[in-house]
Design a protein around this ligand. Sequence first.
Ligand SMILES: Cc1ncc(C[n+]2csc(CCOP(=O)(O)OP(=O)(O)O)c2C)c(N)n1
Ligand SMILES: CC(=O)[C@@H](O)[C@H](O)COP(=O)(O)O
Ligand SMILES: [Mg+2]
Length: 628
Amino acid sequence: MLLEHINQPQDLKKLSIEQLEILAGETRQFLVEKLSVTGGHLSPNLGVVELTIALHYLFNSPYDKFIFDVGHQSYVHKMFTGRMAQFDTLRKYKGLCGFVKRSESEHDVWEAGHSSTSLSAAMGMAVARDLKGEHNKIVAIIGDGALTGGMAFEALNHIGHEKKNLMVILNDNEMSIAPNVGAMHNYLAKIRSDKHYMKAKEEVEYLLKKIPAIGGTLAKTMEKLKDSLKYMLVSGVIFEELGFTYLGPVDGHNLPALLETLKQAEKIEGPVMVHVLTLKGKGYLPAEADSHTWHGASPYKVESGKMLQVVGHPMYTQVFGDTLIELAKLDNRIVAVTPAMPGGSGLLKFAKEFPDRMIDVGIAEQHAATLCAGLASEGIKPVFAVYSTFLQRAYDQVVHDICRAKLNVVFAIDRAGFVGADGETHHGVFDITYLRSLPNIVVMMPKDENELRHMLKTSIDYNEGPIAVRYPRVNGLGVSMDEPLKSIPIGTWEVLRPGDSAVVLAVGPMIAIALEAAEALSKDGLQLRVVNARFIKPMDEAMLLQFSKEDLPIITMEEGAQMGGFGSGVLEFYANQSRYGMQIKILGVPDYFVEHGSVKEQRQEVGLTAERLVTEVKALMPRKRQHA
Ligand SMILES: Cc1ncc(C[n+]2csc(CCOP(=O)(O)OP(=O)(O)O)c2C)c(N)n1
Ligand SMILES: CC(=O)[C@@H](O)[C@H](O)COP(=O)(O)O
Ligand SMILES: [Mg+2]
């Protein structure tokens, strides 16, 4: 096995081209086997095996810098940079990260997780290199999906203008997570698919090479025509217009062709775009056949290609999708908008049922948000289905275009709270903080999947401005969902368990944890009142005033940043009411980025557990007795 002798990129350089091709096969086998146990981003990584081999074969990482966009396709890079032995811990707690990670290796020069940052980072590194008088290569590897991100266009605009020496490898597999969308996608498809065009291009390029030998006036005329001919036939003319030298498209699985093109690119001054055509999922038939499903694979059986289904009640995501269909049947104002996550957001069935009321804008959260504002300004009821972490990308649009204008946009915020294996770049732990501080917005979170249904109904019925319902990346609790949809009065909480020792104001999945703690405390004679604080904004002020009258110690519990979160809101409320001397404890996510692992491990790490709540309630008791 060649693979076992690859401990560092230099080991690749000792191999012949034939051996590199054998190594590609062994690398795929390694990925398919390892990820059948750990799960992970299988199809993206199977698509970049030859490309990653070629990059490490030709260039000298970490002196030459590889910047992976998103970073979910960096497993092969990690294999060749000394981390093969750690793949059993991929995306596990304290194990190998599923994205590029500077702390793991000197070869990991740029961290991401969110899309479309690689070109800006590459430009920054190129400017830095030139200011320092260094001469290393800078290579950004960006997918066709990530290229639909606005940041990528901002960077292309700047790079093409500044003409810095850097290389952009466009890994074009025609897929985002789902099939890619947009005009850029269509343009790339034209380049990819126009075989006659490619043939003509080859013939004319052959002729252009012969011009000097033709001699006489024809040669002079052809010489004059050369640029316009080249211009006409350079397939990536859009990139050439932006100041790049475009090379390709080249077969991303043909190592000799890849190596030749990259060697050619290396010699070119200024920015170069190398257009590489790959097959997402290459080499593993189930992933080739359905690279959408195999984009983020659960553990699976290699032979059958059957993913091991997680047994449990429907995910909140599925309940969202089903409920939105139910609501959309009754209300034709409803339009769903997704930034390239139709599957992850649970909208595939909706898209089938209402094809003309489902909009996938590509990886373009900023555009998606203001598109929703435009829709709402004309009386449509847009439902912006977005992961909490990716909504961060559109913060100004939420502030400037939606909240300030008080437009009736519904935010269906999925992956709210810890997300598990994707880790720190993907947790939805900041949206409570960044939304509750905005005027005109309602923010709520259900206690279970049935209440999610009612909150969606509430959102559609609400016409006083923007409203957000956030829900976690977990299975529901298995509660009944038979009752007819009903609106919930805005700003009302509910007491789920009575008690007069202390009050816990719990948000979303923290409620189940609070009920477990209450049960344990009752065995010690302490009665914890459990409140479903389902409206983060506006809060139930009547209930808050009641608690201060009863002089009850209060604990808030949220799977979100403590800084500026729901608990902060409770503190602010009492401070503004001049209710001094209240005993209030905030349980949330501390002020650091929580790494990958399982949701359970992440909650354990930050103390969002029943045991912790029991301890905190007991710690508040003596002072309460002192009062008496
Ligand atoms: C800002 C942002 N939005 C959405 C995502 C979710 N996401 C992760 S990978 C991906 C598709 C990327 O497509 P492409 O760049 O073509 O890479 P491929 O998986 O095809 O190799 C998306 C939408 C993200 N990581 N960041
Ligand atoms: C890399 C990326 O951002 C997406 O693939 C993300 O990992 C999807 O997350 P879910 O698995 O929660 O849909
Ligand atoms: Mg792609």
